[in-house]
Write a protein that binds this ligand. Structure first.
Ligand code: B12
Ligand code: SF4
Length: 483
């Protein structure tokens, strides 16, 4: 059997000297290394039935760095491929792992995927093709990744078109194959989590010290263990390729994807809760506006095992929502009835100029007086907090402060607006995460800083669901902006 290692690297700054911390420090991140990495488990599970291949799941956020590298040293002779998931914060660590594998045994093949690679494919391959043999862009790549590994096991590699979503360095240039749609992968093989290393013990220990006490205090529930659950992925704003300017989520070829209806969603939730996970982290980037129909039909078709379980014994769900989705009481009620107790919500506060600069509104501001629209959005946020309070939902509020072109006056305006909102949210805001803008690769802000002022936002795939939108940044800023 050949081993194929799927590794979720730790944040680079935690393991590599000189690598800067560009995100919240892991020790300050309440959800850090509390539960299995769904992306890595998905890819490992997809390989479980490939003949001659043993998938090896390693989460570098709980397995110590020297142990991880040592595993590659010890098993080098039997390793077919090392595959790493790369976010911007983890990309350098991912490269170090792949370079290590190549140094130990050059015949080991290396594969990389996830948001950082998707956003910066050209640059990653141009600069690092010495240690990256294959990359995959976007989310819908599980099938092609499995096909690639199966072919590598047979000692062959076909042309890129055989692996939709792949990107390779060939003849001094990047060669890519467009993504194709595929269903959300749900056949998870949980036994892989502890097959090579005991991940569960540290996950549970972290969960018990970070998440469980907080939820006990705020909701009065005792929780055992957490697990991310993907009933859908996407955000309503991706539909028109109109993400907030700081958003670095790479949706790839499909702006939204979901499991096949309410029964499939319930099956997944039942599967998780039967495995004693009682804190389910719904990974969808936005729930009420993007997946409203699915959530409503889940509520209408709730299975007997769920309706027959007392509310206090049901798993607690957490997820993401836009404030304007939550301000609708119908949405809040559906979420609450489905067992969602906590929501991560980005607040849309600020001056009209700031809202526009961050591309926050769902519909264009031009339709009405911008100041009036900003006030309406503010009201939406106040209503969202009121509705959440009425339905017993706790909010983890996020706010990005700063945007390109912001000056002292706008900063003061935004802080004042934010403070008003926080006052309104007393008793319903469980935690507040205020981040200073740090444009990450893949975001509009990053592209604005690194590419010409006007550009075409390229679709990753060629599917019907991707769109091409030409977006122009204001070349003249209002007087209060220095740019
Ligand atoms: C849930 C989540 C978390 C959870 C992870 C839970 C878990 N253990 O699984 C927690 C809260 C722990 C977390 C932590 C972090 N996260 Co996070 N997270 C998400 C979120 C909302 C969903 C990810 C997810 O599970 N999706 C479902 C799974 C199945 O998909 P996936 O992981 O994307 O993997 C698929 C593809 O990407 C691809 N793929 C992924 N890896 C690989 C590797 C190979 C070889 C191949 C072929 C394919 C491939 O195939 C997979 C199957 O479809 C995303 C937003 C988003 N929509 O992506 C942010 C997001 C990925 N996180 C982000 C960040 C910044 C972080 C942190 C760095 C934050 C911090 N301060 O430390 C840490 C990193 C932790 C680490 N080292 O792993 C950013 C990344 C931005 C960027 N450009 O890099 C995102 C996009 C959110 C955002 N915009 O801020 N996160
Ligand atoms: S920041 Fe949130 S609301 Fe804005 S585009 Fe990204 S996921 Fe959607």
């Amino acid at each position: 059997m050949s081993q194929v290692i799927i590794v979720n690297p730790p944040n680079s700054n935690t393991v590599l000297d000189g690598s800067v911390c560009t995100v919240t420090r892991p020790e300050d991140h309440t959800d850090w290394s509390n539960f299995p990495s769904l992306g890595a488990l998905t890819l490992a599970s997809a390989l479980a039935d490939v003949p001659g291949v043993t998938p090896v799941y390693i989460d570098g956020t709980v397995v110590p760095w020297p142990t991880l590298l040592e595993y590659i040293d010890t098993h080098a002779g039997g390793i077919l491929a090392v595959c790493a998931s790369a976010l911007t914060a983890t990309y350098e660590a991912a490269l170090a792992i792949l370079a290590h594998a190549k140094a130990v045994r050059p015949a080991i093949r290396t594969v990389v995927g996830n948001d950082h690679f998707t956003a910066l494919t050209e640059r990653c391959l141009a600069n690092h093709h010495a240690c990256v043999d294959f990359g995959f862009r976007g989310n819908e790549v599980v099938g092609p990744f499995r096909d690639l590994i199966a072919d590598l096991r047979l000692g062959r590699v076909r042309a890129p078109a055989a692996y939709p979503g792949i990107a390779v360095w060939a003849g001094g240039a990047v060669v890519q194959a467009p993504q194709r749609p595929e269903p959300v992968f749900t056949a998870l093989r949980h036994e892989l989590v502890d097959a090579a290393f005991d991940h569960t013990t540290p996950y549970k220990a972290n969960f018990q010290t970070r998440v469980a006490p907080r939820l006990r205090k705020m909701l009065g529930v005792d929780l055992r263990a957490g697990m991310p659950v993907e009933i859908g992925r996407g955000c309503i704003k991706f539909r028109r390729d109109d993400a907030c300017s700081f958003c670095s989520i790479q949706f790839g070829g499909m702006w939204k994807n979901a499991v096949d209806g309410p029964e499939a969603a319930w099956r997944l939730i039942e599967h998780m809760s039967r495995r004693t996970y009682d804190y389910l982290y719904l990974t969808a980037d936005e729930l009420p506006l993007t997946f409203g129909a699915l959530l409503r039909s889940m509520y209408e078709q709730a299975p007997p095992w769920w309706t027959g379980t007392p509310e206090s014994d049901r798993p607690v769900m957490v997820g993401y929502a836009r404030a304007d989705g939550l301000s609708n009481p119908r949405h809040a009620e559906t979420l609450r009835r489905l067992g969602v107790r906590q929501l991560m919500v980005g607040l849309d506060a600020g001056s009209p100029v700031s809202l526009k600069a961050m591309n926050k509104p769902l519909s264009p501001l031009k339709e009405a007086d911008p100041a009036h629209r900003a006030e309406l959005m503010f009201e939406h946020n106040v209503r969202a907090m009121r509705t959440a309070r009425e339905h017993g939902l706790l909010l983890k509020v996020g706010f990005v402060i700063g945007h390109l072109g912001m000056g002292p006056e706008l900063l003061a305006d935004n802080i004042a607006s934010m403070r008003r909102l926080v006052d309104e949210g007393k008793g319903v805001i469980a935690s507040l995460d205020v981040e200073v803008l740090s444009p990450e690769p893949g975001s509009l802000d990053y592209r604005y800083l690194t590419e010409p002022v006007s550009y075409t936002h390229p679709p990753v795939g060629g599917t019907a669901t991707s769109s091409t939108a030409r977006r122009r940044w204001p070349t003249t800023w209002p007087r209060s902006c220095p740019a």
